[in-house]
Write a protein that binds this ligand. Structure first.
Ligand SMILES: [Ca+2]
Ligand SMILES: [Ca+2]
Ligand SMILES: [Ca+2]
Ligand SMILES: [Ca+2]
Length: 335
């Protein structure tokens, strides 16, 4: 079995060389259970698809297997150790309307449930009450109430769900009559207004300015420019903090039709390019590769994607550009 976990000697391997190595977390361990074998896992409803996510850590490979039903709702999320042992199992149960209503977590997969999350919905299928019982001792430890109007969504967290205390955390989203998100406010214990974001749009609905003010007083303002085909061609982000003053980052974007090809980033907006991201598509316009290089041309990030029809079946990331895959996701459909 080809092992590809050792560091490659050169950081500037061309794409063809990376591909020809055929390296990947999935291929690097012949003992790992195949994705399709999980289709037969006993479950409370039929398994229609399996997703395996692998992440390379210094002390080994973390694996999470998620089983989905025909509606794309998860049935199980299973943490698997390198020796194949199940470390933890999360399970979702549906209500009579086919929505996820009860989610349980079983540490050690020993059959004893260790945590429960319950979600109830309104007639439009929106969550209105979500509660968590962390030790499965019958006592709610966190509860979130959500309410909706045509232009507002409110979420408030009550420590124990009985509603007789002031909410500790909250979130209010405000929408325009056209349905655009125009304001978000996060309550972070101290009172409303701890953190606020606002969004401004053009008459045709293009996002022009996004401003966020955080609890400490720092402000980020992002301004977007578009070409005559409504493609965003430039974004300038200005961050103002009391400690470090004001600094700006500029990104410019190039396209082939609707497909974004290149993102060029200039940190400090001083005219010196700091990184370039290139995107590659196949003949059907599906994104197959993203790579980022720093100012010296050194690879700093790679993502590759494979498809079956429109479905993404394989995705892998090299988050540092060192030629070693760090994360990998495989998806299979069950028969
Ligand atoms: Ca348990
Ligand atoms: Ca509890
Ligand atoms: Ca720069
Ligand atoms: Ca890497």
């Amino acid at each position: 079995m080809l092992r590809c976990r050792s560091r490659l000697p050169e950081l500037t391997l061309p794409y063809a060389a990376l591909v020809s190595l055929g390296c990947g977390l999935v291929d690097s361990d012949g003992e790992r259970r195949s994705a399709v074998s999980w289709c037969d896992e006993p479950a409370n409803r039929d398994v229609a698809a399996v997703e395996i996510f692998l992440e390379d850590w210094d002390d080994g490979v973390a694996e999470v297997v998620t089983l989905f039903d025909a509606n794309g709702l998860y049935i199980f999320k299973i943490d698997v150790a390198e020796d194949g042992k199940v470390l933890a199992r999360g399970e979702a149960t549906l209500d009579s309307a086919g929505r996820i209503s009860v989610e349980t977590g079983d540490d050690a997969d020993d059959g004893t449930i260790d945590g429960i999350k319950v979600t109830t919905y309104d007639d439009d299928g929106r969550p209105v009450f979500v509660s968590w019982d962390f030790e499965n001792d019958g006592k709610i430890d966190r509860a979130e109430t959500r309410s909706y109007t045509p232009t507002e969504e409110r979420r408030f967290v009550d420590p124990d769900g009985d509603g007789d205390e002031a909410p500790e955390e909250g979130y209010v989203a405000t929408y325009s009559t056209e349905g655009h998100l125009i304001r978000e406010e996060h309550l972070e214990g101290g009172g409303l207004g701890a953190s606020v974001a606002t969004y401004e749009y053009s008459e045709t609905g293009l996002l022009l300015v996004e401003t966020s003010t955080r609890a400490g007083g720092s402000t980020t303002t992002s301004t977007f420019e578009y070409d005559d085909e409504d493609r965003v061609v430039r974004k300038v982000e200005v961050v103002a903090t009391q400690e470090e003053g004001t600094y700006a980052t500029e990104e410019t974007y190039e396209y082939d039709g609707d497909l974004l090809l290149t993102t060029t980033k200039d940190v400090s907006q001083d005219g010196d390019v700091d990184s370039v991201e290139q995107r590659t598509y196949d003949s059907e316009g599906r994104l197959v590769r993203v790579e980022t290089r720093d100012a010296s041309g050194t690879l700093t990030f790679v993502r590759e994607q494979e498809y079956e029809g429109e479905t993404l079946i394989h995705n892998r990331l090299d988050v540092s550009g060192d030629g070693d895959w760090d994360q990998e996701t495989v998806q299979v459909a069950c028969d």
